[in-house]
Design a protein around this ligand. Structure first.
Ligand code: NAD
Length: 332
């Protein structure tokens, strides 16, 4: 199928071209996001392949339909950026990649915990400058510490299993507890108990109206003083202003973020020569006990290969009129 691949970075192109040797789709790569200004680039393409920051609202979908695009292939799990009702009315099929590598995200959460605890981000620069002082680098043993995992789906369970291997006590909270995880690795408790007893809290639930600002002023006040908070899930789970107040009062002892509520204006681009206008984000960067990565938890070779494989297979299924397990349909 002739596919216009939007929002392409060099790494996307590398993995898509390599996996496509098996599928032989006619792929054309475009670096801009798909929007009102760039939608004309898709004229004549049967399919568009898009990512998290491409917004396919009704107006864009109407133009795509007029230009005879019949398939939107999302190369991500979420589909909140596509107007599914409009796509259905316009006869455009939508497919996605429901899971790629939960290990990638779980392992990144562990990297953040270890870095923050042992101050590797600070030690790295000190040693390069010939400063071998240990003052300010004191960490704690993970062994015997209590870790609270909120959301015990694919990623949360792997994170819990790895930390169990470190000798941590795992507390878990989920709307739907997992029996096997509970038998082998964790004790399910109420959210209040998890907040109250955890030395480290790692977020792995989706962003929904119920979980928006789950970590707010009250939640932070009920945590152990000096708690470590880790968010590799979605920025909107955390009330950034409340977290900054928590860091200033030292109620929060450590903060690691891979996601940020206003990340769409920042992440995935090189802004090193720009003046960043987001004052909350800039304030977070001033704390020595905060580390932020730019939504890179998923970013492993294995995950990118898996994303390319599933996306190109989805396109083949639709092209050949086969059953596609990853079709997204409107909930009725
Ligand atoms: P999953 O669907 O397997 O698991 C999510 C779990 O959260 C489920 O067990 C669900 O029951 C639970 N849950 C739902 N609502 C809840 C609530 N109100 N309170 C507590 N638990 C609740 O998803 P996953 O693959 O493990 O992914 C988890 C999250 O990780 C995703 O929602 C996504 O936002 C994030 N993610 C981040 C990256 C990254 O690069 N940083 C990559 C992939 C996924």
């Amino acid at each position: 199928m002739k596919v216009a691949v939007f929002a392409t970075k060099p790494y996307d192109r590398f993995f898509f071209e390599s996996v496509n040797q098996k599928y032989n789709h006619d792929l054309h790569f475009f670096s801009p996001n798909l929007d009102a200004q760039t939608v004309s680039l898709a004229a004549g393409y049967s399919a568009v392949c898009v990512f998290v920051n491409d917004h396919l609202d009704r107006a864009i979908l109407e133009v795509l339909a007029k230009q005879e695009t019949r398939l939107v292939a999302l190369r991500c799990a979420g589909y909140n950026n596509v107007d599914l009702h409009a796509a259905e009315e316009l006869g455009i099929t939508v497919v996605r990649v429901p899971a790629y590598s939960p290990h990638a995200v779980a392992e990144h959460a562990i990297a953040l915990i270890l870095t923050l605890n042992r101050k590797i981000h600070r030690a790295y620069y000190r040693v390069r400058e010939g400063n071998f002082s240990l003052n300010g680098l004191l960490g704690f043993d993970l062994h015997n510490r209590t870790v609270g995992i909120i959301g015990t789906g694919k990623i949360g369970r792997i994170t819990g299993q790895i930390l169990h291997g470190f000798g941590c006590h795992i507390l878990a909270y989920d709307l739907y507890p997992n029996e096997e995880f509970s038998e082998k690795y964790a004790k399910y408790v109420s959210l209040a108990e998890l907040f109250n007893k955890s030395d480290i809290i790692s977020l792995h639930c989706p962003l929904t109206p119920e979980t928006h600002h789950l970590i707010n002023e009250n939640a932070i006040a009920s945590m152990k003083p000096g708690v470590m908070l880790v968010n590799t899930s979605r920025g909107g789970l955390v009330d950034t202003k409340a977290v900054i107040r928590g860091l200033k009062s030292k109620q929060i002892g450590y903060l690691a973020l891979d996601v940020y509520e206003q990340e769409a204006d920042l992440f995935f681009e090189d802004l090193s020569g720009e003046i960043i206008q987001d004052d909350l984000f800039e304030r977070l960067l001033t704390f020595p006990n905060v580390i932020i990565t730019g939504h890179q938890a998923f970013f492993t070779e294995d995950a990118l290969e898996s994303i390319a494989e599933t996306t190109l297979s989805n396109i083949k299924n639709i092209e050949q009129g086969e059953f596609c397990p990853n079709k997204v349909t409107v909930e009725k």
